[in-house]
Design a protein around this ligand. Sequence first.
Ligand SMILES: [Zn+2]
Length: 198
Amino acid sequence: MLQQNDDPYPGIALLLAKKTQGKKVELPVQVIPSRFGKAVIATRAIMAGELILQFRGRLYDIDTYKKKVKSHKNYFLQVDRSLFLGPTRSPDNYVNHSCEPNGGLIKLKRNLYLKALRPIEQGEEVTFDYSTSMSEDFWEMDCCCGAPTCRGRIRDFRHLPVELQQKYLQLNAVPSFILENLLNSQNVILSSDDPSIH
Ligand SMILES: [Zn+2]
């Protein structure tokens, strides 16, 4: 049974300690071939809230991203209003989308990490919802993730049903730039102080 952990971000201490020691970080995941090309699977049980990996890559502005991104496969990841991480050859590049993901994004300081939204079993594919990193009004993709609630089309966060937006917000899996863009574009009030939002 997985233990309750008081550390709000289990896993980050390990990631940071090894990074500062100049050692290669041993991630709890590996890349394997899959029906979508490649997939990232857990090599051991991962507890809810644990940081799984850090997204890396060269930074591109939005204009360069729009020129480089392919319509059928997107290896870029939006990390700020007009900044995108480019492709890498590490596992962070190959995390597939799911409309019912077991992973979510969290930005700590300037770094973007993938964290477990629930306990993940050894051998299970690790995914996140691409819409939680999208506020670009450009790239979209058809989805055939197979989840019962599959949306069929992956688009910017602002197009998600409000209940799903709130679910991801409550899971703390929405980077702040997505939320800021949402508030700016729609003038909506999403405050935890609002008694109408549970
Ligand atoms: Zn789907």
